[in-house]
Design a protein around this ligand. Structure first.
Ligand code: G1P
Length: 308
């Protein structure tokens, strides 16, 4: 069994679904409570035993690399002022990981971004994490998938059941469930406009063999005029065993506004330091209005619940 220790993070997109916030700030750097979105993906990969992490970035995304670098001046200043708690928090991020970076010079799509990592990945199996897809799970999603990969030695993609109306937003698989949560994938189609082959959508976690690279090289532009990873995966699925895993966890599309807000609320409620106060605030907001900053006396609030 070839060892799995590499993970690729495509971070080169423009973040158009989050304009204007992401006009200058990379969407991967938007904070989800108190960490940038990307850090959740990095922590998931590290927690799944992957330690060679490759960022595929583009112009204007250098803050991603800076975030995981040492910040000597800041560290010195915190030390001098005796702010040991803050120093520990900053140090934990700087020493978390040494990232490898490659650039995608043209915005030609997800498949092209993954292809840009070929040299850095080498001739080994690797994982891909799309940072926008934030997954809240006790057992990291990649770890759940890794078990299927270690058992089968074959490609594994994360799956989630979506409604019929949502199928046009995702890569959708065709296949059959062979045991609890595990699908044998036969085919897939990127963002089907009509007749989706199932309601099982591909979510942004993949474990792939290096054989995907020559397939990506041959892949022509597909949906949206971009080189789609799904189109190369389709060739891989047609040529041998290929698995899908319906992960246990909750996924958020943090790359768009509503998904980001939902993720913010759920992660804030789970935050060890902020969770209790934030819950009290929300209860006030949906309850008697007290915690929502309603300055009226309670008897006037009673029959006038806020609707938000
Ligand atoms: C990408 C993939 C798509 C997948 C989705 C999951 O699409 O191409 O197959 O279902 O991620 O988030 P994107 O959302 O980047 O357009």
């Amino acid at each position: 069994m070839p060892s799995l220790r590499t993970c690729v993070f495509p971070c080169a997109g423009f973040g158009t679904r989050f304009f204007p916030a992401t006009k200058v700030i990379p969407k991967e750097m938007l904070p989800l409570v108190d960490k940038p979105i990307l850090q959740y993906g990095i922590e998931e990969a590290l927690g799944s035993g992957l330690d060679k992490l490759i960022i595929v970035s583009s112009k204007g995304k250098d803050t991603i690399i800076d975030h995981f670098d040492r910040t000597s001046e800041l560290e010195r200043s915190l030390k001098e002022r005796g702010k040991t708690d803050l120093l520990a928090e900053v140090d934990a991020v700087s020493s978390m990981v040494d990232l490898i970076t490659v650039r995608q010079k043209e915005a030609l799509g997800l498949g092209h971004a993954v292809l840009m990592a070929h040299d850095a990945v080498g001739d080994h199996p690797f994982a891909v994490v799309l940072p926008d897809d934030v997954i809240l799970a006790d057992d990291p999603c990649l770890m759940q998938m890794r078990r299927v990969f270690e058992e089968t030695g074959r490609p594994v993609i994360a799956l989630m059941e979506v409604s019929q109306e949502e199928t046009s937003r995702y890569g959708i698989i065709k296949g059959e469930e062979i045991r609890d949560r595990v699908f044998r994938v036969r085919d897939m189609v990127e963002k089907p406009k009509v007749s989706p082959p199932s309601r099982f959508a591909i979510i942004g976690r993949y474990i792939l063999p290096p054989d995907i690279f020559p397939l990506l090289e041959k892949t022509e532009r597909g949906a949206g005029g971009e080189i789609q990873l799904t189109d190369a995966l389709r060739e891989l699925a047609r040529s041998g065993e290929f698995y899908g895993y319906v992960f246990d966890g909750k996924r958020y599309d943090a790359g768009e506004k509503l998904g980001y807000l939902k993720a913010t609320v759920d992660y804030a409620l789970k935050h060890p330091k902020l969770g209790a106060d934030f819950r009290a605030y929300l209860e006030g907001l949906f309850g008697d209005g007290k915690a929502a900053g309603d300055s009226r006396p309670p008897e006037r609030r009673k029959n006038d619940r806020r609707r938000v």
